[in-house]
Write a protein that binds this ligand. Structure first.
Ligand SMILES: Cc1cc2nc3c(=O)[nH]c(=O)nc-3n(C[C@H](O)[C@H](O)[C@H](O)COP(=O)(O)OP(=O)(O)OC[C@H]3O[C@@H](n4cnc5c(N)ncnc54)[C@H](O)[C@@H]3O)c2cc1C
Length: 412
């Protein structure tokens, strides 16, 4: 195998010769402000990485990857930081959905979809949350009824990032209403753009429209599109949540390039303070030091928890600690950015700024919701890392059709 140092040198040279170097004043990439044009661009860039052998570094070779250890991906990501990268492919396509299919999918699903994701042909989205609530994932009421040939999907999903321009979704639906809550669920692959699927975009408080709500009207799903076993979708969902916590906690080996918002890293905030003429203000310097500490602690906590899980010294659910830290860290950095930018964050002259700091602040609560809320991470840490008693649940042991809820599913 090529040494890590040789790989790093080769990556550096290839990136310099083939990818667009971002100008120092380039707008930070914002996962929440993307459109169809960005999707096409990301597909083109992902194809370029694939053709050069720099895509899917940690995925097995038989499914289109390179089969390399995670340190190689880390080195490539470090080298790629100054360049435009297909960041849209990271989450959920490559960091959450591809590893879930790798762990739980059939051989045919892996061969069909993993190479297509890695070479930039397929963008995926998650159909998990429902209007009745996202935290109680096992309580989904979107249903899939078997008609003898296919499953017919009915119901609604919401808060699906990028669904309107994505190709496929991984979707949790209820297939057995007589079983107890966690045992009547099945995970499906759903082609998004087909008759019976209506995708509506949702305008958010910060003006973005990347979130979607979908409505399903007798959408046929083939039995070959079941991931894992029928009525065992919760096991698949658990695996998906594990990968989601790794992705949102910053420890996924499958992320290529710096994922998530690049705003509010220490470099961004130093630049913000400089632009505001406040770099010498002692209070601002104190805040910048805090961001530096948070960023350093996050990096070290990631290394420690990833190593602990790999060595089985920590349970796999420990990723919840990183997810919690990332959420709280994101909030704090948004607050600090607002304090540094001061009045510039709320009012600006046309052409002078795009108000990124203010808009990011409005969106800050998302840090504590996307990928599972911080409260739910605290529950996981207490119950499944520290072994404390489980919170009471009125629906435990009861057939799901008898569980009280506000809006019964179409087939309940
Ligand atoms: C940026 C972003 C991207 C997202 N992308 C997707 C996506 O692509 N696909 C998708 O399916 N979903 C997505 N979501 C939705 C996300 O998964 C949900 O917002 C999240 O799971 C919480 O669900 P909810 O919003 O319905 O809140 P609810 O579940 O209604 O919870 C409301 C509040 O109650 C708290 N709460 C609920 N239950 C408990 C409990 N048992 N103990 C303590 N507190 C509790 C929650 O922490 C929260 O503060 C995204 C969300 C965001 C912000």
């Amino acid at each position: 195998m090529e040494t890590l140092e040789d790989f790093r040198q080769r990556s550096r040279a290839w990136l310099a010769g083939n990818m667009r170097r971002l100008p120092p004043d380039a707008e930070p990439w914002n996962a929440m402000r993307v459109d169809e044009g960005d999707a096409e661009r990301a597909k083109a860039l992902q194809r370029k990485l694939f053709q050069a052998g720099f895509a899917g570094l940690c995925f097995p070779k038989e499914y289109g990857g390179r089969g390399l250890p995670r340190v190689y991906q880390k080195a490539f990501t470090e080298e790629s930081r100054p360049y435009e990268m297909p960041l849209l492919f990271n989450t959920p396509t490559l960091t959450i959905i591809a590893p879930t299919i790798l762990d739980m999918g059939t051989e045919a699903q892996k061969r069909r979809h993993l190479p297509a994701m890695i070479r930039g042909d397929e963008l995926w989205v998650q159909f998990m949350s429902e209007p009745s609530g996202g935290s109680d994932l096992a309580g989904v009421i979107t249903s899939a009824r078997f008609d003898g040939d296919n499953y017919l999907l009915n119901g609604s999903k919401i808060w699906s990032s990028y669904a309107y321009f994505s190709d496929y979704a991984i979707c949790l639906a209820r297939t057995d209403w007589d079983a107890v809550k966690h045992q009547g669920l099945t995970m499906f692959i759903v082609k998004i753009h087909q008759p019976g699927v209506t995708v509506n975009r949702i305008r958010q408080s910060d003006g973005n429209v990347e979130f979607c709500q979908e409505f399903f009207d007798d959408v046929p799903l083939a039995p070959e599109d079941v991931i894992g076993k029928v009525n065992d979708g919760w096991t698949v969902g658990q695996r998906l949540l594990f990968h989601e916590r790794s992705a949102t906690g910053g420890s996924s080996p499958y992320a290529s390039g710096t994922a998530g918002r690049r705003i509010e890293t220490i470099d961004d905030l130093v630049n913000l303070a400089r632009a505001a003429g406040r770099l010498d203000d002692p209070r601002i310097r104190e805040l910048l030091a805090e961001v530096y500490v948070l960023q350093t602690v996050q990096g070290q906590a990631t290394d420690r928890i990833v190593a602990g899980i790999a060595a089985e010294a920590l349970p796999a659910t420990s990723g919840a600690m990183l997810r919690l830290f990332t959420g709280l860290n994101g909030l704090r950095r948004s607050d600090i950015a607002l304090e540094i930018a001061s009045s510039d964050a709320v009012a600006w002259d046309a052409g002078e700024s795009d108000g990124a700091t203010g808009k990011s602040y409005i969106f800050r609560q998302a840090w504590c919701l996307g990928g599972g809320s911080t409260e739910m991470q605290r529950n996981i840490i207490s119950e499944r890392v520290l072994g404390m008693p489980r919170e009471p649940a009125a629906d435990r042991g009861m057939p799901f059709k008898d569980v009280r809820r506000n809006a019964p599913g179409k087939e309940a």
